[in-house]
Design a protein around this ligand. Sequence first.
Ligand code: DC
Length: 224
Amino acid sequence: MTTQIQIAIDGPAAAGKSTIAKIVAGRLGYVYIDTGAMYRAITLKALNKGIDLSSNEKIGALLESTDIDLQPSDSGQLVFLDGDNVTEAIRSQAVTAAVSEISAHESVRMQMAELQQRLAEGRGVVMDGRDIGTHVLPAAQLKVFMSASVEERARRRFAENGLRGIETPLVELQAEIAARDKMDSERKVAPLKQAEDAIYLDTTELSIEQAADEILALAEERLS
Ligand code: DC
């Protein structure tokens, strides 16, 4: 009997992956790893330092001398960039607009995948991202590809932003999400793609609890 498994949750922007992955990890007592936050952290550093975002070499070199750390806390996962808490800063519009360009670089993806594999080694994890089931944890015992209509995803992001005092109009969010999906799906290295052995979960009509329960039921199957 397996005692702990690896769960990979992939899917497009704002599909509810991180909210649901956090719940699943909490219920199973597993570590939750938000890989999008890691790409956002290096993007923030590149923006702050004014480094050419289009340069695979420069961004790769920047990442080599960067420390990204994820820490659980009572208020959710905290993200540290070279020791500074950047949990809020990585959610800015500027970072969101630039992160797909940065995460398309091969130099960045190779280092990130290695780091993510190390974080997952030898323990129960729920990892969310775009390429977890296809590249980072290809042997994960449970792979879920989570999606929802772009309209519903924009509505969810709008509601979430409202709570944080961000007032981007709904149509703008919808356009931003669609543009990011396109870039993430069309990049050459490790694009957003459903793994062949992943289970597709459409959350358009599901509540957060229902989606988490579906994944927990699948996890129980794998664990028994
Ligand atoms: O999940 P998120 O919206 O925070 O992710 C931000 C961006 O990071 C996303 O648009 C693409 C990139 N990303 C990636 O390329 N691979 C991952 N495993 C996770 C995120």
